[in-house]
Design a binder for this molecule. Structure first.
Ligand SMILES: Nc1ncnc2c1ncn2[C@@H]1O[C@H](COP(=O)(O)OP(=O)(O)OP(=O)(O)O)[C@@H](O)[C@H]1O
Ligand SMILES: [Mg+2]
Length: 259
């Protein structure tokens, strides 16, 4: 089953919250250079699945493979070391620290001589300034600005810039366009579309199915914790057909059809 092109394999994942089974035997894969849209209604298990991959939650059973090798992801630091970066609307940024500091959180460059362990503030600011331009922040925002002074979309851009700079293999975006303005939303969509060319893979979760259709290579659908579709090509189907799969209307049988 494994192939050389496979970046991630989440294999037979189960997760319970008390008596609620959030994930029921879900197998989910992402290829190298692939943008996967993960769809499903509220409570379908999307966030739970990607939180297991990003180390925020652990599965009750099932395995994760990265590049075909078993991966031991127990926390977000482990996930980052496997090249997995996750971006949420209220991403893992520290509001009171500057843009530059947030970009390097835990990976700050050190000034020579290294044993003094002084952060290289100048280098961080310079890298930050360039990255902000790359992710489409055209407004002149000094890299020393605290995150708390930014809009939702600008915060998103900082999180995206961090994933770009550290060349993460896999970038997970969970509802990244929620509460964003039109222009900011376009920026996120543009980023996802470009991610493939830049050598990244992405998992993109969004309630706006139009956004998903515009940027992904393949759509996977979860319904009440189970995977119900794995290989939908957005170029070969309609939004309505996928909506029917999400809600379960697509496989509804007439009451007397079973007789
Ligand atoms: N920390 C938690 N404690 C208890 N139950 C949880 C927890 N997190 C999720 N659940 C439950 O697990 C199920 C799946 O939730 P999850 O957040 O993964 O859904 P989702 O597909 O991301 O939904 P949404 O589209 O609303 O974000 C739901 O029934 C939810 O109530
Ligand atoms: Mg969710």
């Amino acid at each position: 089953m494994n192939n050389d092109n496979e970046l991630v394999r989440m294999d037979h994942i189960n997760k319970f919250f008390g008596r609620v089974q959030a994930l029921n035997d879900v197998t989910f894969t992402v290829q190298k250079n692939e943008i996967v849209g993960l769809l499903g209604d509220n409570g379908a298990g999307k966030s739970t699945l990607i939180k297991i991959l990003s180390g925020a939650l652990t599965a009750d059973s099932g395995d994760i493979y990265m590049h075909g090798k078993k991966a031991d992801i127990r926390n977000t630091t482990d996930a980052i070391s496997y090249g997995i970066e996750t971006i949420y609307q209220d991403s893992a940024l520290v509001p009171q620290l500057s843009i530059a500091r947030n970009l390097f959180l835990g990976r700050e460059p050190v000034k020579e001589p290294a044993f003094l362990n002084r952060m290289d503030q100048g280098k961080m600011n310079e890298v930050a300034r360039n990255l902000l331009k790359q992710v489409g922040i055209t407004k002149e925002i000094p890299p020393t600005t605290p995150i708390s002074a930014l809009s939702g979309g600008e915060r998103q851009a900082v999180a995206i810039a961090r994933a770009l700079y550290f060349e993460s293999d896999l970038i997970i975006l969970d509802e990244p366009t929620n509460n964003l303005g039109v222009e900011e939303t376009q920026g996120v969509l543009r980023f996802v579309r470009n991610a493939r060319d830049a050598g990244h893979s992405c998992i993109f979760i969004a309630h706006n199915i139009h956004h998903v259709f515009r940027v992904v290579d393949r759509i996977v659908v979860l319904r009440r914790g189970k995977k119900v579709a794995d290989n939908i090509d957005p170029k070969k189907t309609t939004i309505e057909a996928v909506e029917n799969i999400i809600t379960g209307m697509g496989d509804a049988v007439p009451a007397d059809a079973s007789h």
